[in-house]
Design a protein around this ligand. Structure first.
Ligand code: HEM
Length: 479
């Protein structure tokens, strides 16, 4: 081996200097564009121009924020910005700013869900609409939800669905809680959406298609076959073809439609603005998605967290027993309203569990907030989980402590159902479903967690093996 070639050396040095000058200039221009001049919130911008190429958000235990966010919030404060694949992203754990964002929906901000959601729910479903079209569809949906006569009748329907699922466990020693909760919620949602009952052969096909479809929400969009994304698109086509067929059947016999058919399909057909088949499909699919995923994850997490905290499980069982002399009788509205500890368990699960970890918005114009200027078109993430896990708002935030809700009456950091114009319209329905499922589970069974499974936020909450639990029937089973 001889020494370095002098010709090569004489070329390398100037080339290296040119590259160095180029890099410094890029950093300088980029720094000016994204630094003090634009008055963006401070933050880690990653590589020049493109910023982060790979998502910095990695899967993490669902009762934590994950390392990346913990580090960024402690380094930059409650509002910071990053660049991700060439675009600026503002992330906020600040309750005041987050309320400002959600309350200025349609004026300064608009909804900006990741593209995967649009592919599956359809561009005409509620989360993707804006302006007058959004307002008129939302008021129709609110009226439809109100028509459920939520109180006692709905309570009885939910109880029937819980009993049907739990009766099928009689001969079993172990169940996959995720799957059983999904069946319970799907049976309620599909009845409300299209009047279908669990014995309809298409219900199971639809349920499986929905599971495959929401598995693709965050998958990388690709046309390659056998990927999660392509399977999800296929599932969406199956769902739409069934919904369309049901809608066409109803249209043919619309003049004979019975007032008792109080479901979403009937409601859409009655309202002239929703009568196109495509529109009806968006409504029904969007409604079932909204009705399932978050509630399913909350129930699964509650089972998990209660299983890890025997004292809370005992107290909940005592409350259920106290409020009903006969555990097998139907729950009355009065008894439901008295279940204070149950609501505390639900609140604490929603706080601790990253159920809806973040909401996505985009600025409609340059937004000036407390000295920051966030340019038009910037994505803003109101980070709900970061507010819920903020130690300055909740003592020992990573600990499951339902008792704290017996004291807390109001918290600015509490926003599990969003806020502003897009506040969840199913929050009360979800609370009833969660309470009823827990009541029937806990009064009819002792259960223990099969050790291996843990909830991971990725970004939606997932139990990798479906939350297996061992069950032992206690007392008489619900008929
Ligand atoms: C524990 C369960 C649930 C949680 C944590 C939850 C959470 C949320 C949140 C955070 C939003 C606001 C989204 C945003 O601002 O971008 C939302 C919207 C919505 N939720 Fe829920 N939800 C739950 C259950 C339900 C149920 C059971 C239904 C229906 C039966 C439902 C229907 C909707 C609808 C239709 C919207 C859209 C409102 C709009 O865009 O104006 N949700 N939900």
């Amino acid at each position: 081996m001889t020494g370095a070639d002098p010709v090569l050396l004489s070329l390398t040095l100037p080339l290296a200097s040119v590259i160095a000058i180029l890099l410094v200039s890029i950093f300088w221009i980029y720094g000016r564009k994204n630094g003090a001049d634009s008055k963006l919130p401070p933050g880690d911008k990653g590589w020049p121009i493109v910023g982060y190429i790979f998502s910095p958000f990695k899967p993490h235990p669902a009762t934590t924020l994950g390392d990346y966010l913990n580090i960024q919030f402690s380094r930059y404060g409650k509002i910071f910005s990053i660049r991700y694949r060439g675009k600026t992203l503002v992330i906020s754990a600040d309750p005041e700013f987050n309320r400002f964002v959600l309350q200025n929906e349609q004026t300064l901000f608009q909804n900006n869900l990741p593209s995967g959601f649009k592919a599956f729910m359809g561009e005409g479903s509620l989360p993707f609409l804006a302006g007058d079209v959004y307002r008129s569809k939302k008021s129709l949906m609110v009226a439809f939800f109100n028509s459920w006569q939520i109180q006692s009748r709905f309570l009885a329907e939910v109880e029937e669905a819980a009993k049907a699922v739990m009766t099928s466990w009689r001969q079993r020693r172990q169940i996959l809680a995720d799957e059983e909760i999904n069946k319970f919620l799907f049976n309620i949602a599909i009845a409300k959406a299209m009047g279908m009952t669990p014995d309809d052969p298409e219900v199971e096909e639809l349920r499986k298609a929905f599971i495959a479809a929401y598995d693709g929400f965050y998958a990388v969009p690709t046309s390659l076959p056998f990927t999660r994304y392509s399977k999800a698109l296929k599932a969406r086509d199956i769902i739409c073809s069934i919904v369309k067929r049901k809608a066409e059947d109803r249209m043919i016999r619309s003049d004979k439609m019975d007032e008792k058919e109080n479901d979403l399909l009937w409601y859409c057909l009655k309202n002239s603005s929703l009568t196109s088949i495509q529109n009806i499909c968006y409504e029904v699919v969007g409604f079932i998605f909204a009705a399932l995923l978050n509630t399913q994850n909350t129930i699964a997490l509650a089972i998990y967290l209660l299983g890890k905290c025997p004292k809370s499980l005992r107290q909940l069982r005592d409350e259920f027993k106290q409020n009903d002399t006969d555990a097998l009788a139907n729950l009355t509205w009065d008894a439901y309203k008295k279940m204070e500890f149950c609501q505390s368990v639900i609140n604490e699960t929603l706080r601790l569990g990253n159920i809806v970890p973040r909401l996505w918005r985009k600025t409609l114009s340059d937004v000036n907030y407390k000295g920051y200027i966030i340019p038009q078109g910037t994505t803003v993430m109101t980070h709900i989980a970061a507010m819920h896990l903020d130690p300055s708002a909740f003592e020992n935030p990573n600990i499951f402590d339902p008792w704290r809700w017996l004291v807390i009456k109001k918290s600015n950091n509490w926003m599990p159902f969003g806020g502003g114009a897009r506040h969840c319209i199913g929050s009360e329905i979800a609370r009833i479903e969660i309470a009823v499922f827990l009541r029937h589970l806990i009064l009819n069974y002792d259960y223990e967690l099969v050790e291996s499974d843990q909830p991971v936020a990725s970004p939606l909450v997932k139990f990798s093996t479906g939350l297996p639990i061992r069950i032992h029937s206690v007392g008489k089973m619900t008929p």
